[in-house]
Design a protein around this ligand. Structure first.
Ligand SMILES: Cc1cc2nc3c(=O)[nH]c(=O)nc-3n(C[C@H](O)[C@H](O)[C@H](O)COP(=O)(O)OP(=O)(O)OC[C@H]3O[C@@H](n4cnc5c(N)ncnc54)[C@H](O)[C@@H]3O)c2cc1C
Ligand code: FES
Length: 275
């Protein structure tokens, strides 16, 4: 059993959890993820780590409640326990000295992007941060990102705060020499970022989070096509070259179980528990 040391609601339905998990905390590098189960009947929930504290023996994740399992997790409180926690999984993000690195995050994935941005900053890069959300009151981890970025931009889809959409990226690409772009967030956003950087030949790393089951390369659920090759996001990624990813296929695969997911959520919200 793993204990919830801290739970904090960042915005409605997006919670930060700090779990006591010393053996994972000491091994984790930015970009890696865990898979947890709330209870014996619980589905496996992959979450990318947003920070670790090896001395305290804790890991931090931020979870958006989008369906039944994430809602179940969101209903737990400090002091509660979850059944199991597997990790660290996936390849660590490449943290090198690249020069000017632009870190673009959207929605809940701004939290794990912070972990990478912090490491890139510590490695001596000039880090430019750009974070976004659908609307102003959905923005998370703004202060954390500001702390590790040398320059910082905010954007919202509806224009309620900062730039509307990715206008800041277009301006930066035209005016500056960017050495590397790292993007984590909704697929459509990562696809758009990759399309914008392609004409400038800026290496662009995207973080792919397809449906996963075992997280260890055995079930094939997380397969993605990158550069015409079939790869498994859980062991070959989750970071890939954004200019090589087949985003259309990824989007189609993510919608594969939508009817069942909607049904499970409705049933759970109405008081059922076993779907
Ligand atoms: C490696 C990895 C890391 C992840 N990191 C985080 C994280 O740090 N924070 C976080 O909040 N979520 C993260 N996710 C997504 C999270 O695991 C899913 O949202 C969760 O498992 C959904 O479970 P559910 O039963 O609540 O919803 P479901 O009933 O399974 O799905 C509800 C809705 O969410 C969509 N959905 C489900 N899984 C995904 C996914 N992987 N990507 C996009 N949409 C999805 C479905 O299409 C559906 O519309 C990560 C996923 C992976 C594979
Ligand atoms: S989740 Fe099973 S192979 Fe990646």
């Amino acid at each position: 059993m793993y204990n919830i040391v801290t739970k904090r609601e960042l915005v409605p339905h997006i919670n930060l959890f700090e779990f006591s998990a010393k053996e994972i905390a000491v091994k984790t590098k930015p970009g890696q993820f865990i898979i947890l189960r709330v209870n014996e009947k619980g589905e496996r929930i992959p979450l990318t780590m947003a920070d670790v504290d090896p001395e305290k023996g804790t890991i931090t994740v931020v979870c958006h409640e989008v369906g039944k399992s994430t809602r179940q997790l969101g209903q737990l409180e400090e002091g509660d326990c979850i059944l199991d926690l597997l990790g660290p999984l996936g390849k660590p993000a490449e943290i090198g000295k690249f020069g000017i690195v632009l870190c673009i995050g959207g929605g809940v994935m701004v939290a794990p992007l912070y972990f990478q941005a912090k490491a890139l900053h510590e490695a001596g890069n000039k880090v430019i941060g750009g974070i976004g959300a659908r609307t102003e009151n959905q923005l998370i981890f703004e202060n954390e990102m500001r702390e590790v970025c040398d320059e910082f931009y905010v954007a919202t889809d509806d224009g309620t705060r900062g730039y509307k959409g990715l206008g800041f990226l277009e301006e930066l690409l035209k005016e500056r020499k960017i050495d590397r772009v790292i993007t984590m967030g909704p697929i459509l956003m990562m696809k758009k970022v990759s399309e914008l950087t392609r004409p400038y030949s800026v290496p662009t790393i995207v973080n792919l989070i397809p449906i996963m089951v075992d997280g260890m390369g055995m079930c094939g659920a997380c397969r993605v096509t990158v550069g015409g090759r079939t790869l498994f996001a859980c062991v070959d990624g989750p970071d890939f070259d954004g200019h090589q990813v087949d985003f259309e296929e990824l989007m189609t695969r993510l919608k594969m179980y939508s009817p069942q997911e909607k049904l499970a959520f409705v049933f759970y919200e109405e008081g059922g528990s076993s779907l």
